[in-house]
Design a protein around this ligand. Structure first.
Ligand SMILES: NC(=O)c1ccc[n+]([C@@H]2O[C@H](COP(=O)([O-])OP(=O)(O)OC[C@H]3O[C@@H](n4cnc5c(N)ncnc54)[C@H](OP(=O)(O)O)[C@@H]3O)[C@@H](O)[C@H]2O)c1
Length: 257
């Protein structure tokens, strides 16, 4: 029988920011395709609920880890703890992210630092730890980052978010090119507008909805579950010759001028 290129049986994935929203949908999606998953965020209670949900729906093993992506100096030991607990990490899905909007000229520097720290710095440090681990294992690996439409275009009042997600695009290319020699592929997903806690303030805004729907050829919001196909593709053997790419899942927004 032909090998199923998309199966993830025998693999373990670490998905950051997976207590809710996109991260939870992706952790569940990878588990549905056979992976055991380590999930993480800053809040134990939400994680416990997410673990229960994934275990019930998929029957896969789920481990929870409380970690703050802003504590960059602790991320290497966090990653080592995940490796020790799970027995090894084959797939790193960097998903934890935040946003805040202010006019650029008044954007508080502390908030800028938090957004860049969570969305970009933590991704780099965790990717380094993952690479060192996979070099020791000697069997390659898969990194999937979470970009955005703002990896490519921007909107007013979002300078650090746009800078962080533009950074994700270039970091994905840089690491993809450099770590191909280790058999590690590095790719990203670029979600369009999806209804989650992060977008609650705009999904309930009539003016925004009107603009966004007119701007989206598919004329609707996306669901976090609609990213699972791209995540499974980029985490599995199906993408064995793909690296340094971002796959946009956006209802066609970037196709429309
Ligand atoms: N929703 C969209 O339309 C959209 C579009 C494009 C890209 N994205 C990207 O998709 C990713 C997920 O977004 P989402 O919409 O699912 O947002 P969300 O519902 O707010 O979920 C964010 C997740 O990240 C965790 N997190 C945030 N800050 C953290 C920190 N400092 N340390 C550890 N964990 C942290 C959150 O848990 P705690 O707060 O409990 O720590 C939560 O699990 C982000 O990278 C976002 O930029 C979203």
């Amino acid at each position: 029988m032909a090998k199923d290129l998309f199966r993830l049986d025998g693999k373990t994935a670490l998905v950051t920011g997976s207590s809710r929203g996109i991260g939870l949908a992706l952790a569940k999606g990878l588990a549905q395709y056979g992976a055991d998953v380590a999930i993480s965020s800053r809040h134990e209670e939400e994680l416990a609920q997410a673990k229960k949900e994934i275990e019930t729906e998929t029957g896969r093993k789920v481990w929870t880890f409380v970690v703050d992506m802003l504590e960059t100096a602790k991320l290497d030991s966090f990653f080592q703890k995940v490796v020790e607990t799970t027995g090894g990490v084959d797939i790193l899905l960097n998903n934890a992210g935040i946003n805040a909007q202010h006019p650029a000229e008044e954007f508080p520097y502390e908030v800028w630092q938090n957004i860049i720290g969570t969305n970009l710095n933590a991704v780099f440090v965790l990717s380094q730890a993952f690479c060192r681990h996979r070099k020791q294992v000697g069997k390659g690996g898969k990194i999937v980052n979470t970009g955005s439409l703002m990896s490519h275009m921007t909107r007013p009042k979002n300078p650090p978010y746009a800078a962080s997600k533009g950074g994700i695009l270039m970091l994905t290319k840089a690491l993809g090119a450099e770590w191909a020699k280790y058999g590690i592929t590095v790719n990203a997903i670029g979600p369009g507008f999806l209804k989650t806690k992060m977008t609650r303030h705009v999904s309930s805004d009539e003016t925004f909805n009107k603009w966004m729907l007119a701007r989206t050829p598919m004329n609707r919001w996306g669901e976090p579950e609609e990213l699972v196909g791209a995540a499974v593709f980029l985490s599995s053997d199906a993408s064995s010759f793909v690296t340094g790419q971002i796959v946009y899942v956006d209802g066609g927004i970037l196709a429309l001028l």
